[in-house]
Write a protein that binds this ligand. Structure first.
Ligand code: TRP
Ligand code: SF4
Length: 374
């Protein structure tokens, strides 16, 4: 038997998951469990790079873990753990900082987006540019202005840069450590993370060249899942935009949410007005969740104005509910004994740490240090 390739992926603990998280990531995680040697991580240390309420963090981590399990991750078949339970990640991230050019970090699209956002907050949107009297900022401004524009055309705002926390910049270095501390070769991520995986490869290559061959070169594994639009039909489904369908709603609540909040084609002002299903988000949901016949029913009913939007939404809500029922059942089961969630995370941390410590030892040896800490 050939050894299974190792896979690692992570999600920030943003609390209970939504349908977009499930279809876009979790479902693939579950499907990969039998094929790869899987490590799934709740990345709490990544989550501190933006402001948050400390009171809520424990719940966020717990809820995310419950959803992983309810969604079908099996602790017998994969390692489920919390990043901060394995402090070795942080140590490796520090080491990786020494082989990571600042310019490359400044060119990361996600950093630029977050930096713009953070700078706008710091300064207030109206004067997001032109704050001459901050010395730190003007020192840095030239480098940022010229070095950070890439294919994405984004620039980091010059004013306010001095106040952005450097964790935003170093975020992908920690991500590289998350991956490489397990010598993972396969990393399922969304399109927006591909740049970070490329950076991870560069870090591995640079470390190996400068010190010793310790790390493999990993690959991003993109999910083929269609991206799920939010109820507004305009943006990708996202908790922060409030256009999401949480996985932990009961049947009735979900039906109510979908029938009330899902935006349909505005051409259907009255029941007599036909619509264009191809331009309706509810029809897009039918494409994802309904049978061919039902899709046809929605299509014909819409173009011939023989069904109402409420009816159409109700049908799709039923199918989403059917999809979520097994997840609901598992969640209920898990919540009967919430302590087992902690046990699972403790067990996961133990397994993860054993691997992480071994890699770290090799890394420290490669650096010329003494290997194992005394
Ligand atoms: N940065 C990832 C995201 O925002 C989350 C993440 C952190 C991650 N560490 C990782 C994903 C390691 C894959 C592998 O989605
Ligand atoms: Fe959308 Fe269905 Fe209404 Fe047509 S009938 S506009 S597909 S919700």
């Amino acid at each position: 038997m050939t050894k299974k390739k190792r896979l690692l992926s992570g999600m920030q603990p943003s609390g209970a998951l939504h349908l977009g998280n499930y279809l876009g990531a979790l479902k693939q995680w579950v499907e990969r469990m039998d094929i790869y040697d899987c490590y799934y991580c709740v990345v709490d240390y990544h989550a501190i790079t933006i402001p948050y309420d400390t009171e809520q963090m424990k719940t966020r981590i717990f809820d995310a873990t419950v959803d992983y399990l309810a969604g079908g991750l099996d602790p017998e078949k994969c390692v489920i753990f919390v990043q901060s339970d394995v402090p070795e990640h942080m140590e490796l991230a520090w080491i990786f900082n020494a082989v990571t050019p600042l310019g490359q970090l400044m060119r990361m699209t996600q950093f630029k987006q977050k930096a713009q956002h953070a700078a706008a907050k710091v300064l207030g949107d109206s004067n997001a540019s032109g704050n001459e009297d901050d010395d730190v900022q003007s020192d840095l401004s030239d480098a940022f202005d010229t070095d950070t524009t890439g294919d994405d055309g984004l620039k980091v705002p010059l004013s306010g840069i001095g106040k952005i926390n450097s964790g935003l910049l170093n975020y992908p270095v920690l991500q590289a450590a998350d991956i490489l501390i397990y010598k993972a070769e396969v990393v399922p991520v969304g399109e927006d993370q591909v740049q970070h995986i490329e950076l991870t490869r560069d870090i591995a290559r640079r470390f190996n060249n400068r010190f010793n061959d310790v790390f493999p070169l990993c690959e991003a594994m993109l999910s083929e899942a269609p991206r799920v639009m939010g109820l507004d039909g305009v943006n990708k489904m996202s908790k922060s935009l409030g256009n999401h369908i949480p996985l932990n709603l009961g049947r009735k609540q979900l039906t109510k949410l979908v029938t009330k909040q899902a935006v349909s084609d505005s051409r259907r002002v009255t029941l007599e007005d036909p619509g264009v299903p191809e331009e309706c988000n509810v029809y897009a949901y039918h494409k994802l969740f309904s049978t061919e016949e039902e899709q046809q029913w929605a299509h014909d009913g819409c173009t011939q104005a023989s069904i109402g939007c409420f009816h159409c939404k109700k049908a799709v809500a039923k199918n989403i509910n059917d999809l979520l029922d097994p997840i609901r059942e598992r969640r209920e089961e898990i919540l009967k004994s919430p302590d087992t969630v902690n046990d699972i995370l403790a067990e996961g941390a133990k397994k993860a740490r054993a691997v992480a410590q071994e890699t770290l030892e090799q890394t420290r040896e490669a650096l010329g240090f003494l290997g194992k800490p005394r």
